[in-house]
Design a binder for this molecule. Structure first.
Ligand SMILES: C=C1C[C@]23C[C@@]1(O)CC[C@H]2[C@@]12CC[C@H](O)[C@@](C)(C(=O)O1)[C@H]2[C@@H]3C(=O)O
Ligand SMILES: O=C(O)CCC(=O)C(=O)O
Ligand SMILES: [Fe+2]
Length: 343
């Protein structure tokens, strides 16, 4: 029997997108973490966009630059050397395949598990220089995640201030993931008009509480606004970008909304590289609206009770673009009005 392998070129053509022009979004809220009113600004941005950038964050540029340089070195190494750290199942080096359920993107990446404040043994970094650089960087991201989550609690009037931050950085068992994505220029786009592109990382929301992203100066990240419009996020090497994840949406009973985002690889000559810290809680953590939420936030829970372990298991069985929260929504409550109609 002749088994026909799917030609690589066909897989790539499937990633080609219809030509489009995207608005570069000048409205991304930039929160000055050192400024007065930062907590209120964080909550406003999370309610309106589920997304914001942070400036004056206190993360030394050297920590970012060192990791970026080590990551560039890793992705420039031979395919055989990179493959020695793979396949990503889920942790390790991966190329084009994202997750286990058939998602593809024009991207190669390292996906790594963090235990407490350092890379776990389950996901060894390819070189000790890269390992050291990741560990320093992750330490800084844990600090930033803590500050952001404390500000969310403060801005919402939830006490104690550490109620959310402790789930991610206060528990040795918290579930943190780190990822470095590399989007090389796509040869398929050579000679095509400038508005042609390929899917780098398909649209999705992040399942955790919060994700913190840094990228080099190459654009590609896009977010969906609440009116459904997709806009491009102008890159900013001096800032970090924060995404509200699905779990934070549930913990705030839908007041903060997780942001749909994606990466589109365009016709440019430069690679895009991004580094993302995903802050999740321990597997046993109950994900349910915080009891301390202020009056004015929808009083009936919008979601049924679940643990992060249950949600994570369901998430890793889903496709990237699925609405992962839908199966966890609470059944509609019968109102007296609705009952009257039924009888
Ligand atoms: C297709 C998938 C990749 C993903 C696991 C999933 O089944 C659905 C969620 C995906 C996502 C998105 C955010 C992060 O990049 C990620 C590491 C995560 O926690 O959820 C990825 C997962 C992955 O790449 O394995
Ligand atoms: O690479 C990026 O810029 C974003 C990727 C992303 O959203 C993810 O890895 O979850
Ligand atoms: Fe993401």
């Amino acid at each position: 029997m002749v088994v026909l392998a799917k030609p690589a070129a066909l897989e790539q053509i499937a990633l080609l997108r219809t030509p489009e022009a995207w608005e570069s979004f000048s409205g991304v809220p930039a929160v000055d973490l050192s400024g007065p009113g930062a907590a209120a600004d964080v909550v406003r941005a999370c309610e309106r966009y589920g997304f914001f950038s942070v400036v004056n964050h206190g993360v030394p540029a050297g920590v970012v630059d060192r990791l970026e340089a080590e990551a560039v070195r890793f992705f420039a190494s031979s395919q055989a050397d990179k493959d020695a750290s793979g396949p990503a199942d889920p942790f390790g080096y991966g190329s084009k395949r994202i997750g286990r359920n058939g998602d593809m993107g024009w991207v190669e990446y390292l996906l790594l598990a963090i235990e407490r404040d350092a890379l776990s043994k389950a996901s060894p970094a390819p070189t000790s220089a890269l390992r050291d650089a990741i560990n320093d960087y992750v330490g800084a991201m844990r600090g930033l995640a803590r500050t952001v989550l404390e500000m969310v609690a403060e801005g919402l009037g939830v006490s104690p201030r550490g109620a959310l931050a402790d789930m991610v950085t206060g528990d040795a068992a918290s579930d943190q993931v780190f990822r470095v994505n590399h989007y090389p220029p796509c040869p398929l786009l050579q000679g095509l008009p400038p508005n042609c592109s390929v899917t780098g990382f398909g649209e999705h929301t992040d399942p955790q509480l919060v994700s913190i992203l840094h990228s080099n100066g190459t654009p590609g990240l896009q977010v969906a606004l609440h009116d459904g419009r997709w806009v491009s996020v102008p890159p900013n090497r001096d800032a970090f970008f924060v995404n509200v994840g699905d779990s934070l949406q549930v913990l705030t009973n839908g007041r903060l909304r997780s942001v749909r985002h994606r990466v589109v690889a365009g016709n440019g000559l430069k690679s895009r590289m991004s580094m993302i810290y995903f802050g999740g809680p321990p597997l046993a953590q109950r994900i349910a609206p915080l009891p301390q939420l202020p009056a004015g936030t929808q009083s009936l829970p919008l979601y049924r009770d679940f643990t992060w372990g249950e949600y994570k298991k369901a998430a890793y069985r889903s496709r990237l673009g699925d609405n992962r929260l839908a199966p966890f929504e609470a059944p509609p409550v019968a109102t007296p009005h609705a009952d009257r109609h039924r009888s």
